[in-house]
Design a protein around this ligand. Structure first.
Ligand code: ADP
Length: 475
């Protein structure tokens, strides 16, 4: 058994704002089958408190970045947790990242430096008799793990892996906070964690971790290019030998059309249509001859949904419909609310786990026109539910969908539609193609069958992570 501490700011089903949580929540069970004993370190947010069973106190910290903390052991379902109970950092109502004024909490650098610090301390000294051999850090919130391990003199004992779920978020802080963040000033350099005159938690992890991974092979290659690297493409090129792309899987128990309690469960495509009827009724959509397309997404520029606003008339003109669930930037929320004045567009602004399942089960297609997409999960849910993904040719979307090219259709292997470049024109073409293919039931059904048979679970990726853990183990 390899002992691994997974460190992240979110973990489904306890606390989630995006795909990071799904992955962190799914890894322990997927890896248990590969001989990995994984514990997950997480802040003890108010939202987490009602969902876990605390089993003890592992150690106390007198001053964790401005106040006392208790480090707890806990369980929740199959998750084995280590929780940081530190009211001054985490006991706040609302979003885990954003304050009531709509901006990041001012002390986010300290809040997540604390997470990284506790991880490193657990690596260096153990917790309750359990010492990880490897720390698996996720995104910038865990970026300082290698840095603190280094300061604690433990890098020769504990291996480190950093996974990039989205390189757009850097965890920046002004250099005046070097002391408050307990960082080593000598490493505030270009070779360390300095990034254009600021402290970067993500860069600290990228420079310091033994190995780097990201969540799809295509995104791994894209990260080394300036259009995708968000200023860190040079660092990625520097560390290219340490980098690999491991595709995310989905939780095949939670996302299983045959057993999903949120929908009318189905094993055949014929039964899927009952969900479509139910969804139309729920969303107030009339019957229509074209495909019912859904979106389940954060509403941000990354997701390219401004392009969908631009091209929506083409879809509607062809008899298609849109059902959207999302929240995010206010202007985009308003624009979609506005678009919903059309009888064939239904929009729900908000976050709703149940509705996300009903949308994916009841729709014919799912649209993911992202400008960049490290892996993307909703297209994988779409595949599993026989809901054809219509996606931009980028990142994980490129790796998980077999495009309906003439050759793929001829061979009967297509499972979705991809478009490139990520422009309104190309998306318009993809929507037209979707409507044309939908109008050929035999072809569409074959694509749905291919989609449902495509493997989207954790099997191969869990093996890849387990191999990496063995590689970085230090004895
Ligand atoms: P990202 O992490 O960039 O937001 P992913 O596709 O990797 O994108 O993961 C998004 C996750 O969040 C998926 O599980 C998706 O179903 C879920 N999700 C996004 N928006 C909503 C919403 N409004 N309601 C319910 N679930 C949502």
């Amino acid at each position: 058994m390899t002992r691994v501490l997974s460190v992240a700011s979110e973990c489904a089903p306890l606390v989630k704002t995006g795909g990071l949580a799904d992955v962190v929540g799914a890894l322990p069970a997927a890896l248990a089958r590969q001989g990995v004993e994984m514990r997950t370190l997480l802040p003890y947010y108010p939202a987490v408190q009602s969902k876990v069973t605390v089993t003890g106190t592992l150690f106390d910290v007198a001053d964790l970045f401005g106040g006392p903390a208790r480090i707890l052991s806990a369980t929740s379902g199959a998750l084995d947790l280590i929780l940081i109970d530190a009211g001054h950092l985490y006991d706040r109502a609302g979003s885990i990242y954003i304050g009531p004024d709509g901006r990041d909490w001012g002390d986010n650098p300290e809040r997540f430096a604390a997470l990284s610090w506790v991880a490193a301390k657990t690596g260096a000294e153990g917790a309750g008799g359990w010492t990880p051999e490897v720390i698996h850090a996720h995104d910038w919130q865990a970026g300082f793990v290698p840095e603190y391990l280094h300061m604690m003199g433990a890098t020769s004992r504990v291996g480190t892996i950093l996974t990039i779920h989205n390189i757009a978020f850097h965890g920046l802080a002004d250099p005046g906070r070097l002391g408050a963040l307990r960082l080593n000033r000598n490493r505030y350099t270009r070779e360390g964690f300095e990034f254009w005159g600021r402290i970067s938690a993500l860069k600290a992890g990228l420079m310091g971790a033994d190995r780097l991974t990201t969540v799809s092979p295509t995104y791994a290659a894209e990260l080394m290019r300036d259009e995708f690297g968000m200023g860190l493409d040079g660092v990625m090129r520097l560390r290219r030998d340490a980098l690999s792309g491991i595709l995310n899987g989905i939780d095949e128990d939670v996302w299983n059309p045959a057993t999903d309690p949120a929908i009318i469960p189905y094993k055949s495509l014929k039964e899927k249509t009952v969900n479509k009827q139910a969804l139309r009724t729920e969303m107030g959509l009339p019957d229509s001859a074209g495909p019912l397309c859904c979106v389940v997404s954060r509403l941000t520029e990354q997701k390219g949904l401004d392009l969908l606003l631009e091209t929506l008339p083409t879809l509607l003109h062809r008899g298609g419909q849109l059902a959207l669930l999302g929240s995010g930037e206010k202007w985009m929320e308003d624009a979609f609310r506005n678009a919903a004045r059309d009888a064939n567009v239904a929009v729900k602004i908000g976050y709703d786990e149940g509705l996300s399942h009903r949308l994916i089960a009841g729709s014919d297609a799912i649209l993911v026109p992202s400008r960049f997409e490290p892996c993307g999960l909703t297209q994988l849910y779409g595949l599993r539910y026989g809901t054809i993904p219509v996606v931009a040719l980028t990142g994980g979307l490129a790796d998980t969908v077999i495009h309906a090219s003439p050759a793929a259709l001829g061979m009967g292997v297509a499972s979705g539609i991809q478009f490139s470049p990520v422009t309104a024109d190309a998306l318009r073409g993809a929507l037209v193609q979707s409507c044309d293919l939908y109008a050929q039931p035999a072809v569409w059904e074959q694509m749905q069958g291919n989609a449902m048979r495509q493997p989207v679970g954790w099997g191969p990726s869990a093996k890849a992570y387990a191999g990496l853990y063995r590689d970085v183990t230090k004895h």
